[in-house]
Design a protein around this ligand. Structure first.
Ligand SMILES: Nc1ncnc2c1ncn2[C@@H]1O[C@H](COP(=O)(O)OP(=O)(O)O)[C@@H](O)[C@H]1O
Ligand SMILES: [Mg+2]
Length: 252
């Protein structure tokens, strides 16, 4: 099985706070790997160390066999590691379609070369791909609306489309269903299942155990900056250490 992302001996401190300690993690091609753990466990910090927003104090992050440490976030993104953020980062005053075309163009041309506002209308094949991606995410009826006018759930799915249109080699999702009502969460689970069936490799950080157990092939549990368990959903469900750390002893 080929390894897309390999995290080795990663440490990160903020002042006196040891946010991550000796993290080792391999992400297999085509799998959905969930990272769970209580608030403040270090999940977002770990993701930020992977995508170049933070530089670990120690350790390596290898993506497709290349060390990413020291590369800029846009370089890592361009290499194919795409993160969908915890808080939607969309352009509210642009149309839904323009929101998706901008990352597609940036991916193709590199962020320092493209001029989104000049060339969007002329980019027919890119536009077709953007429309296809939006329809695929169930946003077909919103394509020409202002992105800012959509519901919270649709904004999050737009953000997912902005990631997918870049055809990532590895998609990192930080709490894709946070703040969603149950019916919205279920819709997003269905979309993520569809992406999974196509074989896309994903890391998903998620609080909602229903989402985790619906999607994950493997689960790693972070607690106080350390991975305390990694395994299949069944192994994690039955692990007493995990129940203790994560749910105060309650059954998963
Ligand atoms: N930029 C930062 N500066 C200082 N402390 C931080 C910073 N980012 C995160 N932390 C701290 O590191 C710990 C892990 O945070 P985080 O990775 O956001 O946790 P999670 O995503 O699991 O909720 C927390 O104690 C948090 O307060
Ligand atoms: Mg977080």
């Amino acid at each position: 099985m080929s390894i897309v992302l390999s995290i080795k001996n990663v440490d990160k401190t903020f002042g006196g706070l040891h946010a991550l300690g000796d993290i080792n993690l391999d992400i297999e091609e085509g799998k959905t790997h969930a990272i769970i753990g209580p608030n403040g466990a270090g999940k977002s910090t770990l993701l930020n160390c992977c995508i170049g927003r933070l530089i670990p104090d120690n350790g390596t992050v290898e993506f497709d066999g290349k060390n990413m440490i020291g590369l800029q976030p846009h370089e890592i993104n361009h290499a194919g590691m795409v993160r969908v953020f915890q808080t939607p980062e969309i352009f509210p005053d642009l149309s839904v379609l323009q929101n998706v075309m901008i990352p597609a163009l940036a991916k193709r041309d590199g962020i320092f070369k493209f001029n989104a506002f000049k060339s969007l209308a002329a980019e027919k094949s890119l536009e077709a791909d953007a429309i296809h991606t939006l329809e695929d995410m169930g946003l077909g009826e919103h394509i020409y609306k202002h992105a800012g006018s959509m519901s919270r759930g649709d904004k999050r799915r737009l953000e997912l489309a902005m990631g997918l249109v870049q055809h990532p080699r590895l998609l990192l999702l930080d709490e894709p269903t946070a703040g969603m009502a149950r019916h919205d969460t279920n819709r997003t689970i269905d979309l993520l299942k569809r992406i999974k069936e196509r074989g896309m490799t994903k890391i998903i950080i998620e609080h909602d155990m229903h989402v985790v157990f619906s999607l994950a092939d493997r689960i790693s549990v972070l607690a106080q900056g350390r991975i305390i368990a990694s395994g299949t959903p069944d192994e994690i469900r039955g692990n007493p250490k995990v129940q203790e750390a994560y749910l105060g002893g309650a059954e998963l």
